[in-house]
Design a protein around this ligand. Structure first.
Ligand code: 5GP
Ligand code: ZN
Length: 134
């Protein structure tokens, strides 16, 4: 069953070129696949969004592409459309939560705080957000 589900996803996303599939060792791929539970707040063909397990603001949602790619630049190279879809989802989730202002962040590389190497857009809101960030 697991193999079948992955194969279907591979078929669906192979249109993006090269080798594109979920990675069975990746935490966020497991959440996308339903193998690890998460509080899903938004889902469509290209995007899954779920509450961060360690929220840094009243709204802290992780918005991820439904294919495995390490970081934002890799995603943008693979599919500008899918990259834009993450931001469209952010706007819809923010509106649903009644946020008039919010922050979207991609951390890239361990030095910048990236700990999960599946591209993900943080959506933070519901409190005042200082600038510059820490
Ligand atoms: P990064 O540090 O890579 O930019 O962001 C990774 C985020 O994933 C962190 O904010 C962390 O709290 C969150 N996270 C880590 N493990 C899990 C998990 O198992 N479930 C959920 N929902 N979030 C997670
Ligand atoms: Zn992944």
């Amino acid at each position: 069953m697991q193999v079948l589900r992955q194969w279907r996803l591979f078929q669906r996303y192979s249109r993006y070129g090269n080798y594109v599939a979920l990675d069975s060792d990746c935490l966020f791929c497991k959440i996308i696949n339903g193998d690890i539970p998460a509080q899903i707040v938004f889902r469509n063909e290209n995007v899954v969004a779920f509450n961060d397990i360690s929220p840094q603001a009243p709204t802290h949602v992780l918005i991820v592409p439904t294919l495995h790619v390490e970081n934002a630049a890799g995603l943008a190279k693979m599919s500008p459309t899918l990259t834009a879809d993450l931001f469209v989802a952010a706007g819809e989730i923010a509106a649903t939560n009644g946020l008039t202002g919010y922050r979207t962040v991609f951390n890239t590389g361990a030095e910048a705080g990236q700990s999960v190497f599946h591209a993900h857009l943080h959506l933070l809101g519901g409190r005042g957000l200082a600038w510059p960030p820490g």
